[in-house]
Design a protein around this ligand. Structure first.
Ligand code: C2E
Ligand code: MG
Ligand code: MG
Length: 731
């Protein structure tokens, strides 16, 4: 703690002043080291700093010779020692102008000095003049060394503090005072002295540089005016407890500049005590530590930010999400996560190179930043994946609006060099508390909603729907395009058996295991694939896979096995279809007459010119053609006559009631007879019972497909099925 002990001689005062000067220097040095080492607490060296207040305090409690005048030089106070120096009693001096003590030759100088002191209007001004004061008899002469303008007791009123020295003095005090004042004035550390009530009494130029406040704006104010609001009550309680207990406090403070900017400062606060150990003021030495913070922030940026875009990375996002979640749970509010995946980024990156790709990502990041509100977080979590955390979002419409803004911003063309690039984005949203209350679940659900948006064809926004919801179903179309590359498709094979119980062939039936919906029935996805064109790659894959499988079976003892493959008319419309079938036959080594293509009757009725030709070409190769679901399309005899087909496949709806309905029996008999009359093979599908089998057999239908003889099964199961069914049930 600083204590200002009363000394009895001018020599003692001088020594004390020197010590204070050294102390101040020491304190400044310490402060610098503290900043360099990023230490929160400056180790107190035990000795104190010096300030004008302290200087004044020390002088007042010493035997120093001084006068106090107002701005006009009228004396209000003379210290006891001045009586002997000036040869006047204190009471005689009071009210007298200092000019009365100034020799005629120096009065002009003194007048000029006074006006200079007044005009500077600064809190602390030190002027050194070698002037002589004398009493009228000029018996005592003294050197007036320093004039200090200090806001002393009455800071609202100008008081000049005149420090006197005996003329024969060696002037060491002058040097000392000057040294101290110089340190205060020229220091790059900010200084603020407050009195016991916390009123600001003194600031130096560095204070103004750092805070932006002129001394005149802060004197008489409370330091609270600098408060940033970053520190809570507990912080201030600790601060005061330590300061009052130990006499000093060191650490980091966040304050607010005049321009509103919040900045960190490394601060040391000391308690100043008087001769009787009573606290008279507080001295605060501080330095702007924004620079160090920038370094620390730099390090933190590397760990928590994406290097390319500068956006928060997944780690920071998760941190913020954790905080936001607990905050929202406390407040009973809600938050939303938007998962964004760019559309068409990959082809752009592949075609134009990574440099352009990087530019695109940077531009997108800027747009994201601009589109979200302050306090929300836009993070990059993967190559072209971003997540936005929207705090305090309760209303669905608000989220929808933000998402719309984002979609608009992200679809604006991006100019990269001479290229104008058009991207889009698929955005999915999960919300707390509706869609989950932990980070993992919310992120997963936002991702899944984004996936739904992608399935809608991109540039779309979807809220998360539990269990895939309607949106998942509505978005099957896009999923179909990815199903093959994701290995979600496989084939099952259903045996086709002769009336004699022999395995004639099998039908390849496509199966799709959807990542969200699980097994999706062909009757659901085939029409979608036919509409959006995905049936072309799918059909191609089915044909090739089935042929490869057939060839494998044929090589392992089932030489005469046939394979029926369902073909959609969309495939047949493709002019390259015949060529493709040939290719597959050649590459797999399958004999054309062991492959049968099934086309539904409805589709056959809508044949276009080219279709018929292509069917003829395929038949010419030896490939068999079957009309699937026969009976459902109401084709006329003449149409049938003109069709290049080999087989009719009676639809299962006619088989279902065979045992109980004579009408059904009549229809099936009709179909069998019709086929035979046209020289076509007839096969019944959907045979489930022995009765149905018996009727069909009696009617002359010699080929059967249905659960009764065998369900659709995997390739390896079919082999086992073959071995076990040494005798196929016969009617
Ligand atoms: P489809 O070509 O008429 O195939 C026969 C359907 O009847 C199959 O249904 C099969 O599982 C089912 N089925 C077989 N035996 C019985 C039975 O005894 N009782 C009953 N109730 N059903 C039986 P699945 O596999 O669901 O296929 C439905 C339709 O999807 C197929 O009818 C076919 O039109 C289409 N499809 C299947 N795979 C493909 C394909 O690879 N390409 C194309 N274009 N269409 C396909
Ligand atoms: Mg079929
Ligand atoms: Mg069928």
């Amino acid at each position: 703690m600083i204590s200002t002990k009363a000394s009895s001689t001018p020599q003692a005062v001088r020594e004390q002043l020197y010590r204070y000067a050294q102390d101040l220097q020491e304190l400044m040095d310490q402060h610098g080291k503290l900043q360099q080492r990023y230490q929160m607490v400056l180790q107190s060296q035990g000795r104190a700093s010096l300030s004008n207040d302290l200087l004044l305090s020390s002088i007042r409690h010493s035997d120093a010779l001084y006068l106090i005048t107002d701005g006009q030089g009228a004396m209000s106070y003379a210290s006891p020692g001045t009586e002997s120096l000036l040869g006047e009693t204190v009471s005689a001096l009071r009210g007298l102008s200092i000019l009365h003590l100034t020799p005629q030759s120096q009065r002009a100088d003194m007048t000029e000095l006074l006006s200079q002191l007044i005009s500077t209007q600064q809190s602390t001004t030190v002027v050194q003049r070698q002037l002589t004061l004398f009493n009228g008899a000029e018996t005592h002469s003294t050197s007036l060394v320093d004039a200090l303008i200090l806001p002393t007791q009455n800071y609202d009123r100008l008081e000049i503090f005149w420090l006197l020295h005996a003329a024969d003095d060696n002037n060491s005090d002058a040097i000392s005072v000057q040294a101290n004042i110089g340190l205060l004035q020229n220091s790059d550390k900010g200084l603020m002295i407050t009195d016991i009530d916390g009123t600001i009494r003194f600031t130096n130029p560095a204070f103004t540089r750092i805070t932006g406040y002129e001394a005149s704006e802060v004197l008489g104010q409370n330091p609270r005016m600098l408060s940033s609001g970053r520190h809570d009550g507990a912080f201030y309680r600790l601060f005061w407890t330590e300061l009052l207990k130990t006499g000093s406090w060191s650490g980091e403070f966040f304050n607010r500049r005049k321009n509103g900017q919040i900045y960190p400062e490394w601060k040391t606060v000391k308690v100043v005590k008087n001769a009787v150990d009573a606290t008279v003021s507080f001295i605060s030495v501080f330095a702007d530590s924004s620079h160090q913070h920038t370094d620390t922030e730099q390090l933190s940026r590397l760990a928590y930010h994406d290097a390319l875009t500068g956006l928060p990375n997944r780690r920071l996002l998760e941190d913020r999400l954790t905080q936001a979640l607990s905050q929202m749970k406390r407040d009973g509010s809600g938050l939303s996560l938007l998962f964004i995946d760019l559309d068409r980024f990959k082809p752009i990156n592949d075609a134009l190179g990574h440099e352009v790709g990087d530019l695109v990502l940077q531009e997108i990041s800027q747009r994201l930043k601009k589109s979200v509100r302050q306090g929300d977080t836009a993070a990059r979590v993967g190559g072209d994946e971003f997540v936005i955390l929207l705090q305090n979002t309760v209303r669905r419409e608000d989220v929808q609006n933000i998402a719309n803004t984002l979609l608009t911003a992200l679809t604006e063309p991006i100019i990269a060099g001479e290229q104008k690039l058009l991207l889009g984005a698929s955005i999915g949203c999960s919300r707390y508390p509706q869609d989950g209350d932990d980070i993992g679940v919310l992120l997963k659900n936002a991702d899944s909603a984004m996936y739904s948006a992608k399935r809608s064809g991109g540039n779309h926004f979807c809220f998360f729907e539990p269990l895939g919801g309607h949106s998942a179903l509505a978005n099957l179309g896009l999923d179909l395009w990815r199903a093959l590359e994701r290995g979600e498709m496989h084939l099952l094979y259903q045996p086709q058996v002769t009336a004699e119980g022999q395995l004639h062939g099998c039908e390849a039936l496509l199966r799709w295991t959807h990542p969200v919906l699980g097994e999706v029935a062909p009757l659901t996805f085939i029409p979608i694939a036919e509409t959006n064109g995905a049936i072309l790659p799918l059909g191609d894959w089915v044909l090739e896979t089935a042929c490869r499988q057939l060839r494998e079976w044929q090589k392992t003892g089932l030489e005469h096995l046939n394979m029926s493959v369902n073909v959609s008319s969309r495939q047949l419309h493709d002019p390259g279809f015949v060529h493709r079938v040939c290719q597959i036959l050649l590459t797999t080594g399958v004999a054309p007459n062991t492959l049968e293509l099934e086309l539904t009757e409805t589709e056959v009725l809508q044949f276009k010119d080219g279709d018929q030709k292509r069917l003829q070409a395929l038949r010419a190769l030896g490939v068999k053609i079957a009309i699937d679901d026969f009976g459902t399309g109401y084709s006329s005899l003449s149409t049938l006559n003109n069709l290049p087909v080999d087989r009719l496949k009676i639809d299962q709806c006619f088989i279902r009631n065979l045992a109980c309905s004579s009408n059904a029996r009549a229809v099936s008999q009709c179909f069998v007879t019709l086929g035979q009359s046209m020289g076509l093979e007839v096969i019944a599908e959907g045979v489930e019972t022995t009765e149905q089998l018996q009727v069909l057999s009696a009617q002359g239908c010699h080929l059967i497909q249905g659960f009764f003889t065998g369900r659709p099964m995997k390739a390896d199961a079919l082999l086992i099925w073959c071995q076990e069914k040494t005798t196929i049930p016969t009617p």
